[in-house]
Design a protein around this ligand. Structure first.
Ligand code: SF4
Length: 109
Protein backbone atom coordinates (compact mmCIF):
# COMPACT_ATOMS: atom_id res chain seq x y z
CA UNK A 1 0.00 0.00 0.00
CA UNK A 2 2.73 2.46 1.03
CA UNK A 3 4.78 1.41 -2.01
CA UNK A 4 1.82 2.13 -4.34
CA UNK A 5 1.42 5.59 -2.83
CA UNK A 6 5.18 6.24 -3.20
CA UNK A 7 5.00 5.20 -6.86
CA UNK A 8 1.99 7.48 -7.43
CA UNK A 9 3.83 10.40 -5.85
CA UNK A 10 6.91 9.70 -8.00
CA UNK A 11 4.77 9.55 -11.16
CA UNK A 12 3.05 12.80 -10.19
CA UNK A 13 6.42 14.53 -9.63
CA UNK A 14 7.76 13.21 -12.93
CA UNK A 15 4.66 14.57 -14.71
CA UNK A 16 5.08 17.99 -13.05
CA UNK A 17 8.77 18.01 -14.02
CA UNK A 18 7.90 17.21 -17.64
CA UNK A 19 5.29 19.98 -17.66
CA UNK A 20 7.82 22.50 -16.38
CA UNK A 21 10.29 21.46 -19.06
CA UNK A 22 7.72 22.22 -21.77
CA UNK A 23 8.18 25.95 -22.57
CA UNK A 24 4.54 26.40 -23.59
CA UNK A 25 3.21 24.89 -20.37
CA UNK A 26 5.75 26.83 -18.36
CA UNK A 27 4.61 30.09 -19.96
CA UNK A 28 0.93 29.21 -19.43
CA UNK A 29 1.62 28.54 -15.73
CA UNK A 30 3.48 31.85 -15.50
CA UNK A 31 0.51 33.72 -17.01
CA UNK A 32 -1.97 32.03 -14.68
CA UNK A 33 0.23 33.03 -11.75
CA UNK A 34 0.44 36.59 -13.10
CA UNK A 35 -3.35 36.72 -13.64
CA UNK A 36 -3.91 35.90 -9.98
CA UNK A 37 -2.21 39.16 -9.06
CA UNK A 38 -4.90 41.12 -10.91
CA UNK A 39 -8.01 38.99 -11.02
CA UNK A 40 -9.77 37.14 -8.24
CA UNK A 41 -12.28 35.81 -10.77
CA UNK A 42 -11.71 35.04 -14.42
CA UNK A 43 -11.57 38.27 -16.47
CA UNK A 44 -13.60 36.51 -19.15
CA UNK A 45 -16.42 35.54 -16.81
CA UNK A 46 -19.62 37.55 -17.20
CA UNK A 47 -20.99 37.65 -13.66
CA UNK A 48 -24.44 38.83 -14.77
CA UNK A 49 -25.14 36.09 -17.28
CA UNK A 50 -22.65 33.44 -16.17
CA UNK A 51 -21.35 33.27 -19.74
CA UNK A 52 -17.74 32.51 -20.62
CA UNK A 53 -16.49 35.16 -23.03
CA UNK A 54 -13.58 32.97 -24.11
CA UNK A 55 -15.58 29.90 -25.09
CA UNK A 56 -16.52 31.28 -28.52
CA UNK A 57 -12.87 32.06 -29.29
CA UNK A 58 -11.43 28.84 -27.94
CA UNK A 59 -14.16 26.26 -28.57
CA UNK A 60 -16.07 27.98 -31.39
CA UNK A 61 -19.36 27.87 -29.45
CA UNK A 62 -20.94 30.10 -26.86
CA UNK A 63 -21.24 28.64 -23.42
CA UNK A 64 -21.67 29.26 -19.75
CA UNK A 65 -18.86 29.05 -17.26
CA UNK A 66 -19.40 25.98 -15.12
CA UNK A 67 -16.66 27.04 -12.69
CA UNK A 68 -18.19 30.28 -11.32
CA UNK A 69 -15.23 32.17 -12.73
CA UNK A 70 -12.49 30.17 -10.99
CA UNK A 71 -9.89 30.03 -13.72
CA UNK A 72 -7.08 28.16 -11.98
CA UNK A 73 -6.99 24.82 -13.80
CA UNK A 74 -9.72 25.83 -16.25
CA UNK A 75 -9.16 24.00 -19.56
CA UNK A 76 -10.74 26.83 -21.59
CA UNK A 77 -8.52 29.44 -19.94
CA UNK A 78 -5.41 27.29 -20.42
CA UNK A 79 -6.29 26.53 -24.04
CA UNK A 80 -6.69 30.25 -24.67
CA UNK A 81 -3.24 30.92 -23.24
CA UNK A 82 -1.79 28.11 -25.37
CA UNK A 83 -3.34 29.77 -28.44
CA UNK A 84 -1.80 33.08 -27.44
CA UNK A 85 1.57 31.36 -27.06
CA UNK A 86 1.27 29.72 -30.50
CA UNK A 87 0.21 33.01 -32.05
CA UNK A 88 3.20 34.89 -30.62
CA UNK A 89 5.59 32.10 -31.61
CA UNK A 90 4.25 31.86 -35.17
CA UNK A 91 4.71 35.65 -35.59
CA UNK A 92 8.13 35.44 -33.94
CA UNK A 93 7.08 38.05 -31.38
CA UNK A 94 8.42 38.34 -27.86
CA UNK A 95 6.08 36.63 -25.40
CA UNK A 96 4.36 38.84 -22.82
CA UNK A 97 5.70 38.60 -19.29
CA UNK A 98 2.58 39.91 -17.67
CA UNK A 99 -1.00 38.71 -17.96
CA UNK A 100 -2.27 42.27 -18.42
CA UNK A 101 -0.49 42.31 -21.77
CA UNK A 102 -2.48 39.25 -22.78
CA UNK A 103 -5.89 40.18 -21.43
CA UNK A 104 -7.19 41.80 -24.62
CA UNK A 105 -5.86 39.10 -26.92
CA UNK A 106 -9.13 37.14 -26.79
CA UNK A 107 -10.53 39.36 -29.49
CA UNK A 108 -7.41 39.36 -31.64
CA UNK A 109 -6.55 35.65 -31.82
S1 SF4 B 1 -14.91 28.65 -18.33
FE1 SF4 B 1 -12.82 29.17 -17.69
S2 SF4 B 1 -12.23 30.77 -19.13
FE2 SF4 B 1 -14.43 30.63 -19.21
S3 SF4 B 1 -15.18 32.14 -17.76
FE3 SF4 B 1 -15.05 30.18 -16.71
S4 SF4 B 1 -13.06 30.21 -15.74
FE4 SF4 B 1 -13.04 31.76 -17.34
Amino acid sequence: MVREIDEEIMEERELQKQELEDPKKRWVLKMVKSAKRYHKLCPYYDKKTGMCLLMITVEGVQGKCDRDGRYDGCPVFNKFLEKVYDSYKSRRKVLPNDFQDVVNQAYII
